[in-house]
Design a protein around this ligand. Structure first.
Ligand code: ZN
Length: 197
């Protein structure tokens, strides 16, 4: 391996969140020296995922089909749409087994400091989804962090302007709390006690 391909690998690893030059270097040495099989598997899995995964046309989460299985399930209640930041949040709400509606996954949150505004977050896609004529209530289940709250606030305005009933998870989830790290019972409670906004 010429130094430049090693440098390229180290540089590429830095695209991971909170990976600086030192940890990128450690990862590269580990993969190349200690775990070549793991490295090959990682390369294959990443290539394959990039090839086959896209975003569900309806809920925006990762899916191998144009419309994911959850959105295609006729037993889900199509009149309720729960908006979450990430697929991990969706998984947490599913774990409560107390929600039977559909979802919309933002794949992020509004974050002006990182240059993520309504356009970058494709909020137009959510508005179009929520305006399908079947959705009657949109539940905002973004995190209770500053950015999550600001995102919920913006969404509430946009959705209410289209005559949709909008609600927010109750404060059962602690301030600054992220759904991903909140227990299922608390989330279930916050869903039941959701309040109109
Ligand atoms: Zn879907």
């Amino acid at each position: 391996m010429s130094p430049s391909s090693l440098d390229e690998l180290i540089e590429a690893l830095r695209c991971l969140p909170s990976v600086g030059p030192k940890s990128a270097q450690r990862m590269a040495y580990h993969l190349l020296q200690r775990d070549q099989r793991g490295a090959a598997r990682l390369a294959r899995a990443l290539g394959h995922a990039l090839e086959v995964l896209r975003h569900c046309e309806q809920c925006n989460t990762f899916s191998e089909e144009a419309v994911c299985q959850r959105c295609a399930n006729p037993r889900r209640d199509a009149s309720t749409l729960c908006v979450v930041e990430m697929p991990a949040d969706l998984a947490m709400i599913e774990q409560t087994q107390s929600y039977s509606g559909l979802y919309y996954v933002l794949m992020g949150r509004l974050s002006p400091l990182d240059g993520i505004g309504p356009r970058e977050l494709r909020l137009d896609k959510l508005i179009a989804r929520a305006s399908d004529g079947r959705v009657r209530e949109v539940i905002l289940a973004t995190n209770f962090t500053n950015e999550g709250e600001a995102t919920a606030h913006t969404l509430a305005g946009l959705l209410a302007a289209r005559g949709l009933k909008v609600s927010r998870l109750s404060r059962g989830v602690p301030v600054g709390g992220e759904l991903e790290y909140t227990d299922a019972g608390t989330i279930a409670q916050a869903l039941v006690e959701r309040r109109s906004v």
